[in-house]
Design a protein around this ligand. Sequence first.
Ligand SMILES: [Zn+2]
Length: 398
Amino acid sequence: MPTASKPRDFFLATEDEIREGRTTDVYFLRTLDVLRKSGKDQEPVVAEITTGSLPNGWPWGVLCGLEEVVRLLKGRNVSLWSLPEGSVFPPKTPRGIPVPALVLEGPYGEWALYETPLLGMICQASGIATKAARIRKLANGKQILSFGVRRMHPGIAPLIERSVFVGGLDAITTPLGADLLGVPAMGTMPHALTIVMGGPREAFAAVHKHLEKKVPRIALVDTYCDEKAEAIMATEAIPDLAGVRLDTPSSRRGNFASIVREVRWELDLRGHRDAKIYVSGAIDEGSIPALLDAGADGFGIGTSLSNAPTIDFALDIVELRGKPVAKRGKFSGRKELLRCPRDGTYEIGTRTCPACGASMKPAHVQYLEGGKVVKDLPSLQEIRTRLVSELERVGLGA
Ligand SMILES: [Zn+2]
């Protein structure tokens, strides 16, 4: 185990440092040392990753981040079963048993080093993907752009972009995210463009003239004047106006939905019925329905997505040398998680769906057998498609 860390300009761990356990809580390293010296580091165990509850009482979460976990554990003597990435899961089954999202099996010493990083990989990604999926459902088919990268460290921008895309959002915003995910980066324009150009008319004229032809023209219409006034200026300056964005500051907002309604009216009146209205700025679940009703066509959502509450997955040993064991508060023994193919209900130990009576199927997929990958990881599109179809049969909860 290397002990010296390389100096760095940015406070980010490298992939090697993560694999070497340099980001692992030190008590695991000390535990490993004690187990090795006791001749116990090869004790065979089964461990489950569960969460007994979800943030804000959400009824379901979206599993995201599995791909990184498989790559982290690959090559170690560990077998891994998991719900497929993009699965919607409740914290507990109808009988009240925590749903094991992932199951690990192997000598404890083979993967104790990775408990900290593997939880971090799925907790944060699943939190963001869950939030994205909730917003997708609320937005009811309207476009959603993720604007939250700037609220988090740039080192995790790819993680944020992947997680929001898995969660069903339509657009990510960075070139690196676009490259890694194979989807286009989207954006509108910042206030800085209007300010540096000397005003909205000048900015819109410059956008019309100079913005790359392939990029749809979406004018930001709240920099200096009223949204309606700047939207009208945009229609005059940009004949092929694709849309306008209202990022109205909270001090001027009054009734944001009414402003959207008014701008829609003025755009329609001037023959720009196809121009979309995007809204952004501190948008969260509660503000979406009224804005939708007023005619908003798209949402730019930032902090509430990238700073989504993390899902508190925990890893617990449930079997030692083939015998059920568990700490207080946890259910011991390896569980066969089953799922109803018709309505998605999860349960343990029953072949018949408690909700509809259909025959249940195994919910877990095995990805690793003794460190060897035994199942190809699905493509990002497949993961997202799974999520989108699963979302259709769940509600958002109270
Ligand atoms: Zn069922």
